[in-house]
Design a protein. Structure first.
Length: 501
């Protein structure tokens, strides 16, 4: 019988309001020629819940037998072509002033005159107008940032740079200036994160190694500043939100400002380990070895393409029916049992995992910790009489989601799985038409927009939708999960009855 943890009388159930509305991404890679070692795909077809699942199962079997052409036919029957591709206007970064609109050209000429005449006010007004007219004109953005820096208006410059990197971070010119700006203003963490994210998202860039080196150097400077704070006993309010809440006694346990700074010095894995340890102690966790090995195998296939040596990636399954997942700093990935139950195939689950792995690889969780945007709170009077602690990671910026989408898609496209796994899972979520969407929805693009973006990206990048799905093995794992969930529900009901006596 499979086992689970979390049997204390007053158990805290975890609800991570992290929606699965995540997009497939931007840059394809060559698909790995890996033969999946699931013996079950060679078994005769078993009755499926619907005709499409049966076709996918047959496709998996034929693929396992080496009949790629016949397998593709079955996959295509189960997943017909997209009805149409939606045209989305995307402003690409430009550096040539000749590409500016007539109004933009006037604003740029006035700005250059203001710079020559050393008229700061005139220059900034012209540059602000230029950015409103042509926000993708990189020389104009850089000139604006330089003027703001000269005026010592670092806060406004930070806002402008963050907005520019959100939309045009693929520009080497902008990224190079942005990193230099962060370094000049001694914002070492921001410089390190920006450089590392660019290097990871652009593995074939000729300056990839240079950006990686900058990331490492800036990280050392960031840690040096933290060590100086420790030595001088000058402690800023570094950690708020989830970590700040944890310092008072729940997620991480009560620790001092000195201890929190020391924890940051140890890096992402130390922060992730601290939070993960406490979640594992109070949340009901799946411990069935077969299920855990299944998830670990999927994760290992995916992390091959993001650098397994950077983090010790771990995968945990919270025994709860919700369709959710989240990534902690340092590669600690938590899935909910409901995600396994709702995903129709291994490929769909891999799509979800690839997005969360991307968040971890890009250090988004650690960035949220340092910004105080990883939040936790206690909620009571939850339906069914439960007392719940909600771990809410609801502050991923649009740029973070865009980056995770891009990297996650490249990872999925490089893996042996069908590239539309996350798309199909997102459609499933939409069809549920939940009247009470998770909090996560409020700060991210709507589900319709997400689905449209995924469809466009798959079509534009020619991702392979018609390859391994992993239906049979996934259904075997689902049966184990159902038994665990049912057993947990019965246990909770028995506890409730005992308390009511």
């Amino acid at each position: 019988m499979a086992e689970f943890k979390g049997t204390r009388r007053t158990k805290i159930l975890w609800y991570g309001h992290l929606s699965l509305l995540l997009a497939l991404g931007l840059m394809p890679m060559v698909r790995a020629n890996e033969l999946l070692e699931h013996e079950s795909i060679l078994l005769p077809e078993r009755p499926a819940a619907d005709a499409d699942l049966q076709r996918l199962r047959i496709g998996d079997r034929l693929l396992g037998e080496g009949d790629t052409s016949a397998a593709k036919d079955y996959y295509q029957q189960a997943k017909p072509p997209f009805a149409s591709a939606i045209d989305v206007e995307i402003l690409e970064p430009i550096s040539d002033s000749a590409a500016l609109s007539p109004a933009g050209s006037v604003y740029w000429r006035n700005a250059q005159q203001g710079i020559e005449q050393d008229l700061a006010k005139k220059t900034l007004i012209s540059l602000d107008l230029l950015m409103a007219e042509s926000p993708n004109f990189i020389p104009g953005r850089i000139a604006q940032l330089q003027q703001l820096q000269a005026a010592d208006d670092i806060d406004t410059a930070n806002e402008s740079l963050a907005q520019a990197l959100d939309n045009y971070g693929q520009s080497t010119e902008l990224m190079t200036f942005g990193i230099e700006f962060y370094q000049t203003t001694e914002q070492w963490l921001e410089a390190s994160l920006a450089a590392r994210q660019f290097a990871i998202l652009n593995p074939d860039h000729p300056q990839q190694a240079e950006f990686t080196a900058i990331a490492d150097e800036s990280w050392e400077n960031y840690q040096s500043d933290l060590r100086a704070e420790l030595r001088g006993n000058t402690f800023a309010n570094i950690l708020t939100g989830a970590i700040g809440f944890a310092l008072t006694g729940n997620l991480l346990g009560p620790i001092t400002a000195i201890e929190s700074t020391a924890l940051l010095l140890q890096g992402e894995e130390a922060v992730g380990n601290r939070i993960s340890k406490n979640i594992l102690e109070v949340a009901p966790m799946v411990e069935d070895e077969e299920v855990l090995a299944y998830i670990q195998t999927i994760g290992d296939r995916l992390t091959t393409f993001v650098g397994q040596d950077r983090f010790n990636y771990e995968y945990h399954i919270i025994l709860d029916e919700q369709l959710n997942a989240f990534a902690l700093p340092g590669g600690k990935i938590f899935l909910y049992a409901g995600a396994i139950l709702e995903a129709r195939s291994e490929a769909e689950l891999a799509g979800l995992l690839s997005h969360e792995i991307a968040h971890a690889a890009l250090s988004h969780g650690f960035q949220l910790v340092t910004q105080g945007n990883l939040t936790a709170n206690i909620a009571s009077n939850i339906p069914f009489g439960r007392i719940a602690t909600s771990l809410v990671v609801s502050k991923h910026s649009r740029n973070m989601e865009r980056q995770a989408d891009a990297l996650g898609t490249r990872v999925l496209a490089a893996s042996p799985y069908a590239a539309d796994g996350l798309y199909n899972l997102t459609v499933t979520l939409k069809e549920q038409d939940s009247p009470s969407p998770p909090v996560w929805f409020s700060s991210h693009p709507g589900i319709e927009e997400r689905i449209e973006n995924i469809e466009n990206q798959i079509v534009q990048r020619n991702y392979d939708r018609y390859t391994f799905e992993g239906v049979t093995r996934h259904q075997e794992i689902q049966e184990i999960i159902r038994e665990l969930v049912q057993a947990e529900q019965k246990r909770e009901e028995a506890e409730a009855e005992e308390r009511d006596k």
